[in-house]
Design a protein around this ligand. Sequence first.
Ligand SMILES: *[C@@H]1O[C@H](CO)[C@@H](O)[C@H](O)[C@H]1NC(C)=O
Ligand SMILES: *[C@@H]1O[C@H](CO)[C@@H](O)[C@H](O)[C@H]1NC(C)=O
Length: 382
Amino acid sequence: MLRELGYVAFLTLFVIPLQAQVPPALPSSEKSEKNAKLPPCRACRVLVNSFEDGMRKTERNKHDGGDAAWEEERLGSYKTSEVRLVEIQESLCNDVTRGSSQCHNLAEDNEHLIEEWWVKHQTEEPDLFQYLCIDQLAVCCPNLHFGPNCEPCSDCHGNGQCKGNGTRKGNGKCLCDAGYAGEACTECALQYYEAFRDESKILCSPCHVACLNGTGCRGAGPRNCNSCAKGWATLSGGEKQGCIDVNECLEVRNACQRNQFCVNTEGSHTCINCDRSCNGCSGDGPDLCNTCADGYELRDGLCTDTAGEKREHYVTMTRYLTYLGLCIATCVIFQSSTWIASLVGLAVALYISVSEYWLSGSTTKGTSPTIPDHLMEELRGK
Ligand SMILES: *[C@@H]1O[C@H](CO)[C@@H](O)[C@H](O)[C@H]1NC(C)=O
Ligand SMILES: *[C@@H]1O[C@H](CO)[C@@H](O)[C@H](O)[C@H]1NC(C)=O
């Protein structure tokens, strides 16, 4: 019965948790990267980039000696040769991590188009992206164009992105950057103010943290807030208009709990626990206590751990009592057998010298030595 129980306990404690932690066998993130499906224009861009990498890798050094004219002719023909195309296509998409399956499929489906460009159009249209992705497959648009017919994007004045930029998707409207608003991103968003403007450019900067969210500001700094945020007081009238930080540590009663001290911050405050030697404090460290905590006494302006000292005394005391006990045990044994007692006595003397030596050598005081097993056995057995 006990054995069965022990077996069950062993199973529940060790084997089952181990099995639960066994990770799934396949590195699924790698697989999902490979099978990731990119938007059509992006996928075409990936294929073209990989192809162009291949072209770079198959480039030959033009000036490695020899007859220049002959070299020129030979390289000229190599440049657009079938041999080089095959070489490029062999490693096409192999360097792609994200969406590599899609890249391989796309390359396979459009092998004829790539070959046609290679043989017929490469010289007059050197941009494979333009040829394949924009003209032939019609999945991309030129930069700053969008939609099925590649219409020009809205002008976002450098403060936003055109939706559908460079693809056959989107609506060409502006997606303004943080801080900007309006159809053409020529206005400042809420909680931003206009820091600069000329005919072509506008620059918006965030309002100061002192300004209440949602109410905005007229300019930089806490003086230009329309309303003050929580933790900031409103100053009104004349030069001294605006928001000023409230020092919660001074102005709020019991801003912190007991045994913490208060640090004012812009718009708020933080409470930090006092040193463990303190019972209430005005700052960090054992020298800034209001009064000392239990077990600590004020010495030279610092709250000092007296309980720890008492603990050490107590440990020393018990150590000597242990020695005394060992000696008495030896005396008791002495009455029945002299030679065992002398043996034990020798061991006890050895133990005491070793542990005293060890204690005087160790820096951490107050830990008592453990009695060696063989000594314990000897004492118990006889
Ligand atoms: C459009 O896309 C190109 C990269 O394809 C980028 O450099 C440019 O900043 C984008 N412009 C806008 C307005 O979205
Ligand atoms: C201000 O309020 C808006 C919503 O009204 C919120 O999205 C935004 O995060 C807030 N900003 C700050 C700094 O709290």
